[in-house]
Design a protein around this ligand. Structure first.
Ligand SMILES: NC(=O)c1ccc[n+]([C@@H]2O[C@H](COP(=O)([O-])OP(=O)(O)OC[C@H]3O[C@@H](n4cnc5c(N)ncnc54)[C@H](O)[C@@H]3O)[C@@H](O)[C@H]2O)c1
Length: 423
């Protein structure tokens, strides 16, 4: 308990988790009264796995007709969403859909969320950026994540790339949280190492960033009576803490040995728990700077987060020392002196990023030194994230983080003391 907490906690209406649980879905669709749905996925799943055919056949046996759209792409654009909306509406020929299912990583889930908004009225998805009118019809959504993960199955938003501005935009509303999030870890067993690493570091970033973010009692909800994000509270911190513990055990293992089912299941739990934390608490500087890095480099979401995370941690040592000590202990940093232990955490996280085959400096990501000023400006431009960074001098710290991330400087480098990561 935290005495001054103001808890506002939102999650998917139903959470189903466990190896093989996908078999439960067709009967559940029938029980929920659905009859005509859309399955959003990509060609990997229609061509290389039996999951789409199995689900369509089993749903049909339960009286539920599923139309398949397999045009999903990594980092979906607003254009893709609008094209898909037109094609699917034409194919439906006036017969209404009553739910949307997403099978895939964060990209397919986000595309499906956006389609839940755009399909009923056929409007361009850009019209839903910002506050969504409460009268807007939104189709119920079922998320089947195949990566561990973005946690999009538990969050209120869909992230899309806007080709006009080359930046990521969000459509966000608590009604976009899935009616069902079914996490079957077996879906992740086919993830190649690169996808495993990118998604896994995304989960760890979500957990750490939301564990350290602004307190709910100080969070500016902007007068929204139903905020998607509202700062950290005791409940979100419980989930974040457990997620970080699981990542410390299983993230590197799942990357190095994809056939390690315990590690795969562990990371599925880590990803979901991270989402149950950040999906209400929200995020801040890592994602704010990462969006700006992605705008310049078009690197993956996980990579742009990973390259930023150690330097943001380094910048929080003064204001979040207690929480960082707890994270350091979870990662097996045992120095009795808490200052030393906290100082070693960013170094350990940067070593982990390196061990996952991800660049550890902005320079290695291909960013020129001349771009740093623009980068800081773009990152600060994502005001909802900058406002949640729990420091008094946000612009100054953003500038320092970006500078250090470019050079690869951590204030307490101690490579010779690199601790053993928890086994
Ligand atoms: N809405 C949110 O709350 C939220 C949060 C974080 C990230 N995101 C978004 O999620 C996206 C990243 O998602 P991601 O990291 O899950 O990757 P992804 O969905 O972009 O997928 C990357 C690639 O991996 C493949 N893949 C996915 N699962 C696989 C499996 N089980 N086996 C083999 N291949 C598989 C996909 O086909 C794709 O080619 C970004 O666009 C990011 O902006 C959204």
């Amino acid at each position: 308990m935290r005495m001054e907490d103001l808890i506002y906690f939102c999650a998917p209406a139903r959470l189903i988790m466990g190896a093989g649980t996908r078999a439960q879905l067709p009967a559940l669709l029938q029980r929920l009264g659905y009859r005509h749905g859309l399955l959003v996925t990509d060609t990997f799943f229609t061509s290389a796995t039996p999951w789409v055919d199995e689900l369509v056949a089993a749903a049909r046996a339960h009286g539920v007709a599923l139309m398949v759209y397999d045009g999903g792409m990594p980092d979906p654009t607003t254009t893709l969403c609008d094209t898909a909306t037109a094609a699917i509406r034409a194919q439906c020929n006036g017969e209404p859909l009553d739910h949307v299912i997403a099978l895939g990583g964060g990209s397919n889930i986000d595309l499906a969320k956006a389609l839940c908004l755009s399909l009923p009225g056929g409007k361009p998805v850009r019209e839903f950026i910002g506050m969504i009118d409460s009268a807007t019809p939104i189709l119920p959504m079922i998320a089947l994540p195949t990566t561990a993960g973005t946690g999009s199955e538990a969050t209120p938003g869909a992230i899309l790339v806007d080709p006009e501005s080359a930046t990521k935009v969000a459509v966000m509303d608590n009604r976009l949280r899935p009616a069902v999030a079914l996490i079957d870890p077996e879906f992740t067993y086919t993830c190649p190492p690169r996808v495993t690493a990118d998604a896994g570091i995304d989960a760890l970033t979500h957990a750490i960033e939301s564990y350290l973010t602004l307190d709910a009692a100080r969070f500016d909800r902007g007068g929204d009576p139903d905020p998607g994000y509202s700062g950290r509270n005791a409940l979100t911190m419980l989930f974040a803490h457990e997620s970080i513990r699981l990542c410390s055990q299983y993230l590197l293992r799942s990357y190095q040995r994809g056939e390690d089912t315990e590690a795969r299941i562990g990371m599925s739990h880590a990803s979901l728990y991270a989402a149950l934390s950040y999906g209400s608490a929200g995020l801040n500087a890592v994602h704010g700077i990462a969006y700006a890095v992605a705008g310049l480099t078009h690197r993956s979401h996980g990579t742009t987060n990973a390259v930023t995370l150690p330097y943001v941690l380094d910048a929080l040592r003064d204001v979040r020392a207690g929480e960082m000590l707890a994270v350091a202990r979870l990662f097996g940093i045992e120095d009795p002196d808490p200052h030393v232990a906290v100082a070693r955490l960013p170094v350990l996280v940067r070593d982990l990023v390196r061990d996952l085959g991800i660049p550890t400096t902005l320079q290695q990501c291909g960013i020129a030194q001349d771009d740093l000023e623009t980068l800081v400006k773009d990152a600060l431009g994502v005001t909802r994230l900058a406002k949640a960074f729990p420091v008094p001098d946000v612009p100054v710290r953003y500038a320092a983080i970006v500078r250090h991330a470019w050079h690869g400087d951590l204030s307490a480098e101690a490579p010779s003391m690199a601790p053993r990561r928890a086994a």
